[in-house]
Every structure is written in structure tokens, then in C-alpha cells.
Design a protein. Structure first.
Length: 210
């Protein structure tokens, strides 16, 4: 069974407050998203397997731990998820990257896939699905459905900067095997499905489109 991990580290909370401030400019906002993603990645990869290798230091030879060759992948949900990728790749340079684009049908309110491109061996990898905001959960659920049903992914971790209780409930019910990492669980969703207090439209603020 998966777990919801709420990361309350002071550095994360400080940087999250920068994101929430409506006066934060595009450059500072974008940088803070990347810094938060890096700190979250540090926690989300805590259980990666390691093995010992023999290394010669300037003093002596001894055995030390290195990653045990587990294949990793990062899958941002377009477009806001792109803001979390670069800083994660800096920590995991051998990870491959898939992309999945979803939009919400205005009539059915269901998530519709419009773009999807994955590494050919994605099913063999530990997959980190990244999207800054978990609102209703519909898009994330649909993206994980695609990864499981179309690509055979079995090891999936979800990383969201802010989550609404409604979205967390929906995702944990639909995919109870998924570990979820968030830096804050906010109060609720408003009538327009925006997270309250939230930080507004994360994609618009990352890319300066509003």
C-alpha cells in the first residue's frame, strides 16, 4: 500500500511561501519551483536500493554504498510539471524522461490525453510522476491509468507541491499502491476547482503566460 508523505521541512515551507505570494515574479517563481522539486526528490528517493563497491580513497581502500543500478524515469504532466524536471535531473542524471499531456473536457469534465511519449523501457523503471498542483485529482488519475494500462508501469511515485484534500482522496482511492509526496495539503477547492489558498495557476506563473 502506498502512503501520503507531507514534507514539512523548514526550507520547503519557506520556498512554498515564496510561491504563494502573488507578487513573486516569473524568474523567482520558476527558481523556487525547481528548488522545491529538488528537495522533494531528495525525500522521494530515500528508499532507492544501494550496494557496496570497493573504492580507493587518498588514504585507504574500503567499501562504500552506491546506487544499485535501479532504472529511474521522470514523467511530468504537461505543462506545469515541466517546471520540476530540470532540478530532478540534476540529482538523477541517468533518469529518462517521458511526457504526458492532458486536458479537461469542458463538457464531460474528464481528462483527455492529447500527447504521450515514453522511453521504450518505461515499464522497467521507477517512475516519478510530477505535477505541482493536485486539485481534483482527475488528471493525475488519468495519467497514472495510462502508465499502468498502456505501458505496464508497476513502480510509480507521485510528487505534487500542493494538494487539495479532495484530490488526495481521489488519487489514493483510485491508486492505493502509489506513494504520494506533497509539501502542503491546503484547505479545499473553490467553485472553479482552484486550490485554496493555493498559489493560482502554476503553469501560467512558471511560464509567464498570465
Amino acid at each position: 500500500m502506498g502512503k501520503v508523505h507531507v514534507l514539512d521541512h523548514p526550507l520547503l515551507q519557506h520556498k512554498l511561501s515564496i510561491l504563494r505570494d502573488k507578487n513573486t515574479g516569473v524568474k523567482e517563481f520558476r527558481e523556487a519551483v525547481g528548488e522545491i522539486a529538488a528537495l522533494m526528490c531528495y525525500e522521494a528517493t530515500r528508499d532507492l536500493p544501494t550496494h557496496e563497491v570497493e573504492i580507493e580513497t587518498p588514504i585507504t581502500t574500503a567499501k562504500f554504498k552506491v546506487l544499485a543500478g535501479k532504472k529511474l524515469a521522470i514523467v511530468p504532466i504537461l505543462r506545469a510539471g515541466l517546471g520540476m524536471v530540470d532540478s530532478m535531473i540534476a540529482l538523477m542524471p541517468s533518469a529518462k524522461i517521458g511526457h504526458i499531456g492532458m486536458f479537461r473536457d469542458p463538457e464531460t469534465h474528464k481528462a483527455v490525453k492529447y500527447y504521450c511519449k515514453m522511453p521504450p523501457d518505461i515499464s522497467e523503471r521507477q517512475v516519478f510522476v510530477v505535477d505541482p498542483m493536485l486539485a481534483t485529482g482527475g488528471t493525475v488519475i488519468a495519467a497514472i491509468d495510462v502508465l499502468k494500462n498502456e505501458y505496464g508501469c508497476k513502480n510509480i511515485t507521485l510528487m505534487n507541491i500542493i494538494a487539495a484534500p479532495e484530490g488526495l482522496k481521489a488519487v489514493t482511492e483510485a491508486h492505493p499502491d502509489i506513494d504520494i509526496y506533497v509539501t502542503a495539503v491546503d484547505d479545499c477547492l473553490n467553485e472553479n476547482a482552484y486550490i485554496v489558498p493555493g498559489l493560482g495557476d502554476c503553469g501560467d506563473r512558471i511560464f509567464g503566460t498570465k
